[in-house]
Structures are given as structure tokens and as C-alpha cells.
Design a protein around this ligand. Structure first.
Ligand code: ADP
Ligand code: ZN
Ligand code: ZN
Length: 745
């Protein structure tokens, strides 16, 4: 009897056994199938093939059909997903389905997404210029085919010298023919990552490069030389200040690997924010540069996904889920801005893209680079403990010098809607020199609340422990926790007064006050509201890259890797809330943010200046950061974490629970706690209400588990989770486990 163990998208920690009927002779692991489940037909993935089942074989249902002949997942992917399910303690079926592109979660064949391409025929290949004397344009087009053999429809669309009209006439004359390219798609359940002997033809460098390489400085050269000597797993931290030339190190490190015909994966926190990175890779190499991010539709995603299956030299630049692409010949993994929290998925299968990238590099046995100007304490600790090779780029490449830091003591100062006089003076002086100014405030909207001036009543969201944010442009109150909206109140709901005023500032308000103060200066605001429409972010970046004075106002989105070469003054309007925050990672995050935002300044010829508005200019953390820099700060921070036994010197898992009513949560804890109390060598903190105790109408509680050894935690959790799952009270609440949580809210 043949039995398939099938992964289904269900929150259950197991595979599902099905019999393979005699008419299905091609069943293989990694292949998508349709199976009966309850009274439904569902798409699943064959994860194991076996002859045994712990269920009575005769009672097992049969697989209904295979979606297609080939496997969707290759063995290396399956190995990575198995590891991830175990490490992050998440049900395998949900892990597998997180890794599937949406298009393939349905009963739809991969073939449907393979767009046709055109291939030169023997006739076309043997046709000479003489024979096409009268058709110069056609000859020109045919020459491209003689050189490149095939072109996909997408390539033709982007090609300056190939038009649809020419393709049509080449087709009519039989010089080219249409075909569907299935190469790389068959038998890939056997494909492995590139092994060093799989491909021994090497493309000469001049054929690979289309852009010039820069002459490396000493630090860059040391890194590139060391990395290039390794084709096997070689984890390295590239710790370089902003503008130090990390990207150039990546570009030159991957050159020999591309020359061997291999693929490169580059993970970035958010691609939309750094289109320059994609451009730099595309301009350097004569290979396909594929992108992967949430802005793509199913067809575009599948194009990248299919490209990963083809064993051709190519580059894949994507956000965290690009880790799941079906690479056939991976040669290097790079995680840029590795400190960025958006590499961690915060819902469903909560994986960390960086940790998975390191595991992928290890499984594929290829060099794996993590880069940042502000490395996470975790990676820094790994580098200091020599688990990672460590390369430092302490100087800016090119001519620019790092910015200088200054604090503005807000105590007693008059503020004009959040802007102090010394700041306004500094802005004026930069604008006078026709330079750009960047103001950072991590709060969108006009004001974070509206308050009654008579009695202090605040517009609180009824569904959350939070206030509505006042959005002036859209004339709404919006809760940033649950997205609920309400009209602007005109009367206090407690005392009836109409004396209602906004409190605090958001980016909208800063933009407004700047428009009053600097009526002749163009202002660009970049936040999630201002960039909601398609193309608006690109338009904003284009404006910024126009020479001339300008003020840029924005949120977090400005901190992510973008270059603003004309910016010479950066101001961070409010850092105080983060200086006194309960989260043990708050200082690390604040230091990263300040350093990253500051790194946007002075990248051109003029030195940059960073102004920090604060009521606590003497705060020791702040002083250490601005006097001694991020690395000094981070080392002190790591010492402190070691003394207090916090990550990375201990390991955390967070159980989060939410429900519409508190008794259900109490009932759950009453059943769970006795089991937790039996764990050994694990510290249990809680249950306590989450910092945001109520969100979207649900009450939220949590229990933090802490252990000195990861194994202690992992092994006991693996036993405990099925027990919790089987508790009756666990079905009356929603709960999940977050391994290595980075957000304790
Ligand atoms: P990072 O990725 O560390 O922020 P980049 O690679 O973007 O730094 O480099 C910053 C700037 O310095 C870029 O304009 C880049 O072209 C330039 N640059 C990098 N390396 C060199 C070099 N070796 N010589 C001259 N300019 C360089
Ligand atoms: Zn009132
Ligand atoms: Zn709300």
C-alpha cells in the first residue's frame, strides 16, 4: 500500500495520511495534490511517501488527483521548511502554505503562468544581412535573436530595438517561432543547491559586467577578498556605517558567483523604499534581476518564482518571503539592513527572514552575508563570539564625511507645533545655502489625539486602549490600532464643551507648519498616508532628487536605506518617548533609528548635521550614542543584556492570548498554568496584560517564557504545545506562540 503524508493549510501540528490510488503513478514529494478533507476538496502538498500509517489503512481516504506532474517544492526547500516549522514551533501545513505563492494555493497549474517566448529558427539563424537588405529594421531585430536565441514577451516589451510589429513579421517569415519554455521545471524534486562541481563553465567577467566596478578601498578589499575565497557556507557580518560602500562589497562578492552561473538572493526590508538598490544591481550585471515584494500581482510573482527554478545566473532581490523561492542553483545569500524588524513576520507563521536566510545559506552550503550600519545585537554578538566572520567598514567611501550630532534641549523652550527656535534657525540656514533638510517624526496624521480643553476628555477608540489620531487632510479620526474611523467631534462627549483641541504632532501638522514658515520652499512628505496611491512614492523620490532647496518630512519610511544626497540637515523631532520605554529592546531600536536617519545626511559633498530635540539631553544612553557611536553603545548594551540575562544571552518565547471577554482568557490560564509550572529551567513571566491591553475589541494577555538554553525551551515547548492545543479552554480563545519575539506589544 502506498501512502502519502500530505501538508494541508490547517493549524494542526501534523501531516495527513492518504492512500495513493493505482491510477496515480507519478506521485512524488513536493507535488501538489487535491484531497478530500471533511466534505471539501482541498489542495495539499505531498510531504512524505511511506508504506505505513498509524491509522487503519483501509479507512484512509484516497488522493483525488495531482494538480500537475511536477513537484512544486524542491528538496532543499522542503528541508528549510521542516527546519523552520520545528524552530519556530509552527504547524507544518501552515508553514508550507506560507511558502507557496498565492497563485499556487489554488488548483491551478504552474504552466498557466509560463508566458510564451520566441526562439530563433534554423532559417532565422542562417539568414544573412544580404537577404534582408530591403528590411533594415527586420535585420536589426533578427540580429538580436541571432545573438540571444530567445526572448520572452516581457523582455521584448522592455527592449528598445524590438517592437511587436517586427516580431510579427519575423514570425510570418518563419525566422522565429513561439514556444513555451519548460526548461528547469521538470524533475526539480531532485534539484539541489549548487554544489561546487555542478557547473564548471565560467563566464568571463567582461561578458558579465555592463557597469564599471569601483576601485575598492582597503576595508572593502579585505572583505571582498576573504568572501571570494569561499564557495561554501561562510557566514559574515558586514558592519559598515551608512555610505561606507557595503553595496559595492556585495556587488563585487557576487561577481565570481554569477560567473559560475549561480543565483544570488538578496533580502531587503522594503524594496519600494530603496529602488536605487535594484537599479544598482541591474546596472552592474548582464543577468536577470528579479524582484519579489508585496506590490507584485500573482502573474508578476509567478514570473520571479519560475525564474528561480531556472538554473541560470540571476539575482533575486526581495522582501522576507523571497526566502521561499524555489532556487535551483543558489550561490550566495545576502541580507541587507539585517537589523530591520520588518524581516520578522508578525502574524501567522512568525518567522525571522534573517534567521531563515542563515539557515538557507548553511543548507545550501554557500556564503551568507548580513549587512548593516547598525547590526542587531544578536548578529553583533555572533560576530564578536566569532560565529560569524566580521568585516568592518568604519569610513565613508567616496568623499563624504559622517554627520555631526547635536542635541536641542527642549526644556523651557517655546515650541511652534513641535519645532523649536534653534531648529527653525538651522533649517533657515540650510535652505539659504540651497541644501535639503530632512525632518523625522514617527507619527503620521495631524495629531495623535483631540482633547477637551475644559475637562480633559480624549477621543478614545471604543475597541482599543488607544486614542483616535486626527487626520486633517481626510477630515477623519482614525484608530491606528484597529483602523476604525469616526467623524471629528465638535462637542466634548463628557461635558458638552466645544473647546476641543488637537494635542501633539504628526507629520501632517509638521508639513502644515513648515508651509507657513517656509512658503517658498517645496516640501515633500513621505509616510503611509502620502504614499498610498500607486506611483506617489516614486514621484516623491523623483522630486527629492531634483536639485535645489527642499524640506522632506516623514516617518520610519525615511530611515530605510534610501540615499538623499543633497540633505545636509537631519532633525529628529521626538525621541523622548523611546528613551523611557518598558521594552528591553527600546534603546537598541532607538539607537538604530537615530543612526539610520542620521545616515541619510551629508552623503554628497557637504558635511551633514543631525539635530535631536529632547527634554533629556543628558540621558546617558543618548550621550553615549552621540559621543561614542553606535558600536560603543551596542557593546555596552550587550554587556547589560548579559548581566540581566536577556537575549541574545537567553531565549524567549511569548504566548499571546486574546478573546472578546476576559473570563475566557482567565479560564485558559487556569488550565495552562499548571502545565507551565512543570517546565524545568524556564522562567515564567506572567500572565500579564499586553502593553496594548485591548485592540479591535479583543482583550490581550501574554506569558513570556525565558530559558538560558535554546534547547531547554524548544524541547519542552514541543511537548507542551499539543497539550495546550487539546485543552477545552484553548478553543474558546485565540492564542499563538512567538519564538524569539521582537515585539512585546
Ligand atoms: P552603503 O551600502 O554602505 O550605504 P554604498 O555602497 O551605497 O554604501 O556606497 C556609498 C557611496 O559611495 C555610493 O555612491 C558609492 O558609489 C560610493 N562608493 C562605494 N565604494 C566606493 C569606492 N571604493 N570608491 C569610490 N566610491 C565608492
Ligand atoms: Zn469636556
Ligand atoms: Zn481601535
Amino acid at each position: 500500500m502506498k501512502i502519502a503524508k500530505v501538508a494541508l493549510p490547517l493549524p494542526l501540528r501534523r501531516l495527513f495520511d492518504y492512500q495513493i490510488p493505482d491510477n496515480i503513478t507519478n506521485a512524488k514529494i513536493g507535488q501538489r495534490v487535491v484531497v478530500p478533507y471533511g466534505n471539501q476538496q482541498r489542495v495539499g502538498v505531498i510531504w512524505q511517501l511511506t508504506n505505513e500509517s498509524s491509522f487503519e489503512p483501509a479507512k484512509l481516504k484516497y488522493i483525488a488527483e495531482c494538480v500537475e506532474d511536477c513537484s512544486t517544492f524542491n528538496t532543499q526547500q522542503m528541508q528549510l521548511l521542516n527546519w523552520a516549522a520545528q524552530y519556530f514551533q509552527h504547524p507544518i501545513g501552515e508553514v508550507v502554505f506560507t511558502a507557496l505563492p498565492n497563485a499556487l494555493k489554488k488548483h491551478k497549474q504552474i504552466q498557466a503562468y509560463i508566458s510564451a517566448q520566441y526562439r530563433i529558427t534554423a532559417l532565422g539563424a542562417n539568414t544573412t544581412e544580404d537577404e534582408l537588405k530591403r528590411a533594415k529594421k527586420q535585420w536589426q531585430a533578427l540580429q538580436h535573436f541571432q545573438q540571444h536565441i530567445t526572448f520572452t514577451k516581457a523582455q521584448i516589451k522592455n527592449h528598445n530595438e524590438l517592437s511587436t510589429a517586427q516580431i510579427k513579421s519575423l514570425l510570418e517569415k518563419g525566422f522565429i517561432q513561439e514556444e513555451i519554455d519548460l526548461s528547469g521545471l521538470n524533475n526539480h524534486s531532485n534539484t539541489e543547491c549548487a554544489s561546487s562541481d555542478s557547473n564548471n563553465s565560467v563566464t568571463p567577467k567582461h561578458e558579465l559586467l555592463k557597469g564599471n566596478e569601483l576601485t575598492l578601498n582597503t576595508e572593502q578589499a579585505i572583505a571582498v577578498t576573504a568572501i571570494s575565497q569561499h564557495t561554501q557556507f561562510y557566514p559574515a557580518l558586514i558592519d559598515g556605517i551608512t555610505g561606507s560602500g557595503k553595496t559595492e562589497v556585495y556587488l563585487q562578492s557576487i561577481t565570481p558567483i554569477l560567473a559560475q552561473g549561480k543565483q544570488i538572493l538578496i533580502l531587503l526590508p522594503e524594496i519600494g523604499l530603496t529602488p536605487q538598490t535594484v537599479t544598482r544591481f541591474a546596472q552592474r550585471f548582464e543577468v536577470d534581476v528579479n524582484v519579489w515584494h508585496s506590490g507584485l500581482n500573482d502573474t508578476q510573482r509567478m514570473a520571479t518564482w519560475l525564474q528561480a527554478k531556472r538554473p541560470t545566473p540571476s539575482i533575486f532581490i526581495g522582501t522576507r518571503s523571497a526566502i521561499f523561492l524555489p532556487f535551483s542553483q543558489l550561490g550566495m545569500v545576502i541580507v541587507d539592513e539585517e537589523h530591520d524588524a520588518s524581516l520578522k513576520q508578525q502574524e501567522g507563521f512568525r518567522y525571522h527572514g534573517r534567521d531563515m536566510a542563515v539557515m538557507l545559506g548553511k543548507m545550501c552550503n554557500v556564503p551568507t552575508l548580513l549587512g548593516s550600519a547598525t547590526p542587531s545585537f544578536e548578529s553583533l554578538n555572533n560576530a564578536l563570539a566569532e560565529r560569524y566572520h566580521y568585516f568592518k567598514l568604519p569610513n565613508r567611501a567616496g568623499k563624504s564625511v559622517p554627520p555631526s550630532y547635536h542635541t536641542i534641549d527642549l526644556k523651557g523652550l517655546h515650541l511652534r507645533q513641535g519645532l523649536s527656535e534653534p531648529l527653525i534657525t538651522a533649517i533657515k540656514s540650510s535652505l539659504k545655502k540651497h541644501q535639503q533638510v530632512l525632518l523625522f517624526l514617527n507619527r503620521r496624521g495631524f495629531a495623535p489625539a483631540i482633547i477637551c480643553h475644559e475637562c480633559g476628555w480624549l477621543t478614545e477608540c471604543h475597541r482599543c486602549n488607544a486614542f483616535y489620531t486626527f487626520h486633517k487632510a481626510s477630515n477623519r479620526m482614525i484608530c491606528h490600532h484597529c483602523t476604525a474611523q469616526r467623524p471629528i467631534p465638535h462637542q466634548c462627549e463628557a461635558c458638552g464643551s466645544s473647546n476641543l483641541v488637537p494635542v501633539g504632532q504628526g507629520t501632517e501638522q509638521i508639513e502644515e507648519v513648515l508651509t507657513e514658515l517656509f512658503p517658498d520652499t517645496p516640501i515633500t512628505r513621505i509616510d503611509r498616508d502620502s504614499t498610498r496611491n500607486k506611483g506617489s512614492l516614486d514621484a516623491a523620490f523623483n522630486d527629492i532628487h531634483q536639485a535645489g532647496k527642499r524640506i522632506i518630512v516623514g516617518t520610519q519610511m525615511l530611515a530605510k536605506g534610501h540615499h538623499f544626497p543633497d540633505v545636509t540637515l537631519v532633525a529628529i523631532l521626538d525621541i523622548d518617548s523611546a528613551l523611557y520605554c518598558a521594552d528591553f529592546r527600546a534603546p537598541e531600536k532607538l539607537a538604530q533609528l537615530i543612526t539610520q536617519v542620521a545616515g541619510r545626511a551629508g552623503r554628497g559633498e557637504h558635511p551633514g548635521k543631525v539635530l535631536l530635540q529632547t527634554h533629556y539631553p543628558g540621558h546617558p544612553l543618548l550621550q553615549d550614542l552621540i559621543n561614542n557611536g553606535y558600536h560603543h553603545f551596542a557593546k555596552l548594551g550587550l554587556d547589560e543584556r548579559q548581566q540581566t540575562q536577556l537575549p541574545p544571552f537567553s531565549h524567549l518565547a511569548l504566548i499571546r492570548v486574546n478573546a472578546m471577554a476576559i473570563p475566557a482568557i482567565n479560564h485558559f490560564f487556569a488550565e495552562v498554568m499548571p502545565h507551565l509550572q512543570q517546565l524545568t529551567d524556564i522562567l515564567i513571566l506572567g500572565p500579564i496584560p499586553s502593553p496594548v491591553e485591548k485592540r479591535a475589541g479583543k482583550f490581550r494577555y501574554q506569558i513570556l517564557l525565558q530559558a538560558n538554553e535554546r534547547r531547554t525551551l524548544a524541547m519542552q515547548l514541543a511537548v507542551l504545545l499539543p497539550v495546550i492545543e487539546s485543552l477545552p479552554s484553548a478553543r474558546k480563545v485565540r492564542w499563538h506562540l512567538d519564538i524569539d519575539p521582537i515585539d512585546l506589544m
